[in-house]
Design a binder for this molecule. Structure first.
Ligand code: ATP
Ligand code: ZN
Length: 294
């Protein structure tokens, strides 16, 4: 058991999730100084310590109670949870680190679906996910387990196909591969230990969670302002995605024009702005929102 009454969060030390994880925690108001030579980093104004580790170790640290929370790819959790463990719970997706676990084959290989891989060798660092998937689709293939550089396995002729994480697909193309099936989509998630926290820590956890939710909701939301003829109000409300009750302010004295201020719960794209202009809106301003607290 740990003596400390500070929440401990396991995060990736360096790699694809590290920068965005830190950025999220900073937006939640956590203030810390990162030093490469240290494992634990104390936050100044909030009773939280960050533990910087390899991403693969994060589920185990949280499961064993070494850390209370963790930020890690859902793919890592899935690979671990096919082995059935109830020691960790996924709290929420965090909207970054998006990728998918996919089956890919050399461009020239004739293969339209997983069924065409029967009897073939598939290289992967996700043997549990792949085994479960092959069983589900009833395909008998040989799994070649590799810890990294899976994409070069076909050119080394140690496998016929691969099962690996893909985001843009550029790495596949560079290695003369093309995707054939997606096993699942993944992104970074917040995980917590299934054990109950002592009351004081549970309060700190609730505060942190509220801040994280506020930051995540704000990331999608926009504040939008515009002027428009009064009769366009209804159409404008239909155009703006996820718009809540807007503030409507009369402009001038004849009441024919209004200013509209509103929160859009989704991103506002150029197409939306063009539609707004087409129904008579002008002086359109779209502003980022930093925090949303209901
Ligand atoms: P570590 O040194 O911490 O073990 P790693 O090399 O195993 O790092 P990274 O390559 O940094 O891991 O990837 C971390 C996570 O980023 C992945 O588990 C996955 O959730 C996510 N990710 C997003 N896009 C990709 C991608 N194209 N390839 C691999 N992982 C990706
Ligand atoms: Zn790793």
């Amino acid at each position: 058991m740990r003596e400390s009454h500070r929440l401990r969060i396991a995060i990736q030390k360096s790699g694809r999730l590290a920068e965005k994880t830190i950025a999220l925690l900073v937006k939640c108001g956590l203030d810390f100084e990162l030093r490469r030579d240290r494992l634990l980093h104390e936050c100044k104004e909030f009773p939280v310590d960050l533990m910087l580790v390899r991403d693969d170790d994060i589920p185990a640290y949280v499961a064993d109670g070494v850390c209370d929370l963790g930020i890690v790819g859902d793919n890592v959790i899935r690979e671990r949870q096919v082995q059935k463990t109830n020691a960790i719970e996924t709290v929420m997706p965090l909207g970054f680190g998006t990728c998918r676990l996919a089956l890919a084959v050399p461009v020239a290989m004739e293969c339209r679906s997983a069924a065409d891989l029967a009897g073939k060798r598939i290289a992967t660092s996700y043997p549990n996910c792949l085994r479960q998937y092959l069983k589900q689709v009833g395909v008998d293939a040989k799994i070649v387990e590799l810890s990294g550089a899976v994409e070069i396995a076909p050119s080394l002729q140690i496998a016929d196909a691969i099962c690996d994480l893909v985001s843009s697909g550029a790495t596949l193309r560079e290695n003369g591969l093309r995707p054939v099936e997606v096993l699942f989509e993944s992104q970074a998630v917040l995980i917590r230990s299934a054990r109950a926290l002592p009351p004081a820590m549970a309060l700190d956890y609730a505060r942190l969670l509220q801040r994280m939710n506020g930051v995540l909701q704000a990331a999608q939301a926009k504040y939008i302002m515009m002027n428009a003829p009064r009769e366009a109000l209804e159409r404008i409300q239909e155009i703006i995605p996820g718009m809540e009750q807007p503030s409507v302010i009369p402009l001038g004295t004849d009441g024919s024009h209004i200013a509209i201020h509103a929160v859009a719960r989704e991103n506002v794209f150029w197409e939306t702005i063009e539609k707004l202009k087409a129904v008579g809106a002008s002086a359109i301003l779209v502003l980022p929102i930093e925090k949303v607290i209901a």
